[in-house]
Design a protein around this ligand. Sequence first.
Ligand SMILES: *Cc1c(COP(=O)(O)O)cnc(C)c1O
Length: 389
Amino acid sequence: MIKIEKADRLKQLPPYLFAELDRKKDEVKARGIDVIDVGVGDPDQPTPQHIIDTLCEAVQKPQYHRYPSYTGMNNFREAVSAWYDKRAGVKLHPLKEVVSLIGSKEGIAHIPLAFINPGDVVLVPSPAYPVYKIATQFAGGFPYEMPLLKENGFLPDLDKIPTDVLAKAKMMFLNYPNNPTAAPATPEFFVKVVAFAKAHDIMICHDFAYSEMAYDGYLPPSFLETPGAMEVGIEFHSLSKTYNMTGWRIGWAAGNSEIIGGLGQIKSNIDSGIFEAIQIAGIEAMRDDAAWLAEMRTLYEERRDVVMRGLAEMGIKADAPKATFYVWAEVPAGYDSAGFVAHLLEKTGIVCTPGNGFGDPGEGYFRIALTVSKERLQEAVDRMKKTGF
Ligand SMILES: *Cc1c(COP(=O)(O)O)cnc(C)c1O
């Protein structure tokens, strides 16, 4: 038997906060309780049929069976630049300013390897999608957490970052519309970010995963449409959330050509791109999607309204999300995040996510994902009302 010891980069990871919740969920299920899981941010609906049909056709063609290009098929990257032009009025060079990704998580996880040396600081929001911080640590960088607070509209207060941190900071992750807080960013905030990036030589990596999941006529701005953004940053995007394609693993990064080039160089040494039949289906997904987007938005809007009505009746505070499929709600008095989520699971069979699982400033909140039908959400609300807290 040899001695098998994990590397420091794995040992340094914090304990998995949801382990106890997962255990409890299994225990509640084993008791025969009908569990309503609004914990995970994964669309419950199928991928639109025309996208599946396009894949089925493409998969028959031997030309797509070989190694794909590392950086993406030219026509996929052209479709991405056409999307940016149509959606945000941003003109991109498809080959220099776009790189395909095996889901945006892949690119987010790899970008620090291209630019971060041990000791460099990366500014990451908190609460947040956990990958920004972990990817920074894997690259030997030091994550500096910028708290996202309600009083600032869940935008980081850039003026509060200490000078000594700024001196070492090389990269900043942002994500709007935001997971988990559902907050949108204003164009004015992005203008401030560009000026800040230029003043301190900080690369901006904006995660735009929820760009199309927006309601009541709101259309979230792309970071890249901010004047000067192409000089300082890139944007990660993905087909996962918009087209119910989380399992397909297809996304991209777009923006500054030097940053895109660095990410592409890392990727060409690690992976071999996205299966080309999936890229062909991805092109189909982005084509003529107005009717689909309207349908998708209506679905989540209706679900959101069921939850917001229920929470209001119970006196639980939450702002109705203008975007994303999350409701970021305040836990009732007398509980912390973990305690309230455990109470809900134990007494009602509802699984949601404790806010502190996304970082300490998320303490005092819980996240509901609108990823079950409105009938099930109504059932969840009714159970909460009946049980009380
Ligand atoms: C879901 C999600 C993604 C998308 O990940 P993919 O790898 O593209 O499926 C990226 N960022 C955030 C914040 C997300 O919530």
